[in-house]
Design a protein around this ligand. Structure first.
Ligand SMILES: [Zn+2]
Length: 489
């Protein structure tokens, strides 16, 4: 069955009407009665959930931010029904149905069904660099939703049941790994989940690929690239490979092309590279559909599972279709940890559009894939280096344009390791074999000072082996691209 069937093809009015209806039901039958956090929030702001009837009424509900998870107990976001609350919140037909179940199937049967719907059985954690990790819980109901989004993603990537995958996302309590595993279960595809470099090592991952001969591999961009590059060095042929799915990091067009060219140099033809978007709090991921490498279709949304708004990050005002702003997520069909108007901290250029996707022809909502983490800009990545404010996130875009750079790392440190001394920026580079070091050095200084107004104090050329160790590509969940070793004053 086409997992997109129920949501693709509605008109914009039908889509909004169905979302509004779901929102009203979800707030009145699940969020307000069962969520300690939102019940307190609604009461504090004197919000009557019965009066939230349409998407446009959402603006009356205050935002939820990352800070709310840290300040309050994460369990307060978990839906916690009991017999009394259910009786008060649910409509009569639903209550009668439960009464019948109790009479004919017994109390245990009823309790088991409720447990399957509400009881947390699984969790993942947020992976922020600055905040403490926050757990997000799933019930069996939410696991089913994770299967649905997984099946929809695979439908989007246009893969059939005969295709085999190798999943190289790190084995961790993070969304990406489990989204792939559950998606494979739902769509009946054979997947080998290697757990990434930390679990099986690069040799193990390459051996797994050679054995499985998958048409599709999935993983974190830097690690997928590392595995393919290492395989290429060993002269391995991968002509069976068709598709690469990347997650957990923003992917530039230049990177997609670089990856496809690498695979094509190993015998593959017509390689597609897909980006995905997701976050711990959504407990689902969204993806792109097949296009030429230099075009992004945007991420296709699930109108029956969530509402996305785009807001002005300064004023909180809701923006119109296609307008830039911060993405705000509201769940429509979740149990266990549930969030309403959650500010993602992600800034989207090109906003959200409704209509027929020019590439896969599905009629649906799509978010532009030009998304930057605002939290990166505010936190670690907008850094005062040598007295200039530098958006460290820009480096990735700058250096992916320089073809002679294989891998790079930036280290920020203080002169003499003294907190009060000057900032120093050291760049480590692993260059292609045909590179003339002096020329590349000059080129790096040029593009870096143009884009960021700072230039490196030192550029150190290192071997690939050393670079892989420096970046911790094989061992960390995410590579250490920029390290800040400046001691705090
Ligand atoms: Zn599409």
């Amino acid at each position: 069955m086409d997992p997109w069937k129920s949501i693709s093809g509605l008109s914009q009015e039908e889509c909004r009407a169905s979302q509004s209806k779901k929102l009203h039901t979800f707030l009145n039958q699940y969020i307000y009665p069962f969520s300690p956090h939102y019940r307190a929030l609604f009461d504090k702001h004197k919000i009557n959930p019965k009066k939230i009837k349409t998407i446009s009424d959402l603006k009356h509900i205050p935002f939820t931010s990352k800070a709310d998870f840290v300040e309050s107990d994460p369990k307060d976001f978990v839906l916690q029904p009991d017999a009394d609350k259910i009786k008060k919140a649910w409509p009569l037909p639903k209550i009668s149905q439960m009464a019948f179940q109790k009479i004919f199937r017994g109390e245990k049967y009823l309790q088991h069904n409720l447990s399957k719907e509400f009881r947390p059985v699984f969790m993942t954690f947020t992976t922020g660099t600055t905040n403490k990790p926050v757990p997000f819980f799933y019930s069996n109901y939410d696991i089913k939703n994770l299967e649905t989004s997984g099946a929809r993603l695979l439908g989007l990537f246009d893969v059939d049941q005969n295709q085999k995958f190798v999943n190289m996302f790190p084995y961790a309590p993070h969304l990406a790994f489990w989204q792939v595993v559950l998606g494979g279960f739902a769509s009946c595809n054979l997947i080998l989940s290697t757990g990434g470099g930390k679990v099986m090592g690069t040799d193990g991952n390459i051996a797994a690929i050679e054995k499985m001969r998958p048409t599709l591999i999935l993983g974190v961009p830097s690690y997928v690239y590392h595995v393919l590059r290492t395989a290429k060095e060993r002269g391995i042929n991968m002509d069976y490979m068709k598709k690469i799915v990347l997650g957990a990091s923003k992917v530039t067009t230049a990177f997609k092309i670089k990856l496809a060219q690498l695979l094509e140099s190993m015998g593959a033809r017509d390689v597609s590279v897909f980006g995905t978007y997701g976050f711990t709090e959504s407990r689902a991921a969204w993806g792109e559909c097949p296009t030429a490498l230099d075009i992004s279709s945007g991420y296709h949304l699930y109108s029956d599972k969530e509402i996305f708004e785009v807001i002005d990050p300064k004023t909180g005002e809701v923006k119109g279709e296609g307008e830039d702003g911060e993405l705000v997520y509201t769940s429509l069909d979740s149990r266990a940890s549930s969030v309403i108007r959650y500010r993602t901290g992600d800034f989207v250029k090109g906003g959200i559009v409704f209509g027929e996707c020019p590439h896969c022809k599905r009629i649906t909502l799509r978010i532009s894939s030009d998304i930057t983490r605002l939290s990166d800009v505010k936190g670690l990545n907008l850094s005062k280096v040598k007295g200039s404010l530098v958006n460290l996130g820009n480096f990735a875009a700058i250096f992916s344009e320089l073809d002679l750079i294989e891998e790079w790392q930036i280290e920020l440190r203080k002169k003499n390791n003294d907190a009060f001394d000057m900032d120093e920026l050291v760049m480590y580079v692993c260059a292609k074999d045909n590179c003339v070091e002096e020329e590349l050095r000059n080129e790096i200084v040029k593009v870096m000072s143009l884009a960021t107004e700072v230039s490196p104090n030192e550029i150190i050329f290192v071997s690939m082996k050393e670079m892989v160790a420096r970046l911790e590509i094989e061992t960390a969940n995410k590579e250490k691209r920029i390290i800040d070793n400046r001691p705090k004053a």
